[in-house]
Design a protein around this ligand. Structure first.
Ligand code: M6R
Length: 364
């Protein structure tokens, strides 16, 4: 039931603080301030390479995980969209872990990739939201998300729950491999515990984003820019907007603009920039200035510090709480979801059942 909400998507966006807390509670031990994973009968620390495979929004969660796993645990990570994976005849060496991410656990391409990896002696780990799904049954290591049923075709709460599990996985792997000491693990746990509150803070911008949606709704094209772990968020923002508002949108790594896409910029193209303050901020802002210099209309999503430094001249800014880089992708998911949602409402499209799409894609 939708309760007081107009759409399932809206309800699911607002459920995120609760379901992320629920999900994290099975990956965090409060008493010991440590990260924990379900029992497994293989040596996670000894894994030589991780291959991540998924589709759509789940794939973007995987892209974020690649940054985290490589940064924290120093394990090399490959990532593919499932529909491409098998056909490039990937090199799968012994000792590899294949990680599949799926809300439904039934996506045909992802399942086929899972079976391919199994046939090539990879250990199979899955992050799924439906514990009775086919992928869950075929896994060596099941890492459930506890998002509850997701009805809206556009994935929202499943995504942030996937990120929660993947952050825990990256941290646990780092601990096991001696790359994260107790002190840092405690710090990471603290940040994860704060995540639901940060999501709530992000959600308080709902009305403001609803008003801003009127600036975006008339556009024919919209670009999203981000760097590092926020680059996949740019891709996710663009996917959400395309999917439910039917506005053409693309996400780019901010540094790629000058290699082609900047040619698209004029006053008719809004550019959404995702830039938490931190080590990557200055670089992203200089890419943003290049856009502005060409008449681009920028919406900056950053924290107070970032907005104070670079917000001037933007058509709008959305202020996120100041968060640790580890949880920024979770928190910045909220404004891009809300923006897509409200733009779709302005356009009057069918938010929960967008045209040509199904919730679960069970054909290859
Ligand atoms: O159930 P899955 O996570 O495997 O589904 C993957 C994609 O089909 C899904 O994320 C799709 O991209 C969403 N509609 C995006 O909002």
């Amino acid at each position: 039931e939708k309760g007081n909400y107009r759409h399932f998507m809206q309800k699911e966006i607002f459920e995120q603080p609760t379901v992320v807390a629920q999900t994290l509670s099975s990956y965090i031990r409060q008493v010991t301030q440590s990260v924990t994973l379900p029992q497994m009968d293989f040596d996670l620390a000894g894994v030589k390479r991780i291959t991540i495979v998924a589709c759509g929004t789940s794939y973007y969660a995987g892209m974020v995980a690649k940054y985290w796993i490589e940064t924290f645990a120093r394990v090399p990570v490959d990532i593919d969209v499932a529909s491409e994976f098998r056909y490039r005849d990937p090199v799968l060496e012994p000792g590899g872990l294949a990680l599949f991410i799926s809300q439904s656990g039934e996506t045909a391409d992802t399942l086929a990739a899972l079976r391919h990896c199994k046939a090539h002696d990879q250990t199979i780990a899955v992050v799924v939201n439906v514990p009775t799904s086919t992928m869950a049954r075929e896994a060596d290591l099941l890492l459930p998300t506890h998002a509850g049923p997701e009805i809206g075709v556009a994935s929202t709460k499943a995504f942030t729950c996937q990120l929660s599990v993947l952050a825990a996985l990256a941290a646990r792997l780092a601990v096991l491999r001696g790359r994260m000491d107790r002190e840092e693990e405690t710090r990471v746990v603290q940040h994860l515990i704060e995540t639901p509150a940060c999501l709530n803070a992000a959600l308080t911008h709902d009305d403001e984003i609803a008003r801003m949606a009127h600036l975006i709704a008339p556009a024919r094209d919209v670009l999203y820019l981000g760097r590092g772990p926020d680059f996949p968020l740019a891709l996710e923002g663009a996917l959400k907007l395309k999917e439910i508002s039917y506005i053409h949108a693309e996400g780019y790594a901010s540094g790629e603009m000058k290699h082609g896409p900047i040619a698209l910029i004029d006053e008719a193209v809004p550019v959404i920039v995702l830039a938490p303050s931190g080590p990557l901020f200055e670089k992203t802002v200089s890419n943003m200035q290049e856009v502005r210099a060409r008449g681009g209309k920028v919406v900056l999503i950053s924290d107070a510090e970032g907005i104070a430094e670079a917000g001037e001249g933007c058509i709008a800014t959305i202020e996120m709480p100041k968060v640790h880089p580890l949880i920024a992708p979770l928190v910045y998911a909220v404004p891009v979801q809300l923006l897509a949602y409200h733009v779709a409402c302005v356009k009057g499209t069918d938010v929960d059942q967008p045209r040509n799409l199904a919730k679960s894609v069970t054909v290859e």
